[in-house]
Design a binder for this molecule. Structure first.
Ligand SMILES: [Zn+2]
Length: 93
């Protein structure tokens, strides 16, 4: 029996594996592979934990949006450096 790698299962548990692969992986699990099932169970726990931590991110993203509205471009600082140079940044002055 061909097992999938832990990386494949990581993609699978995060829901980012491509459709064909995840169908094959689902079929593999359904075939009763206890080794891969255990891997998925561990990774699902890690993914759930990571998602829980990700819930703390939205406030930070709002901060960035607030900064953008004030005229700062924290996400695009590198691309737009040349056309921002003419304007003094009040937060850095
Ligand atoms: Zn397996």
């Amino acid at each position: 029996m061909n097992h999938f790698t832990i990386w494949d299962w990581a993609d699978f548990s995060r829901g980012v594996a491509d459709e064909k692969t995840s169908a094959a992986m689902q079929a593999h699990l359904s075939s009763g592979c206890s080794r891969c099932e255990r891997t998925v169970r561990v990774l699902s726990g890690v993914t759930a934990m990571a998602r829980g931590e990700a819930q703390y991110e939205p406030p930070a993203r709002q901060d960035i949006e607030v900064q953008s509205r004030k005229g700062g471009h924290p996400g695009a600082a590198h691309e737009s450096k040349s056309d921002r140079r003419a304007e003094p940044d009040p937060r850095r002055a």
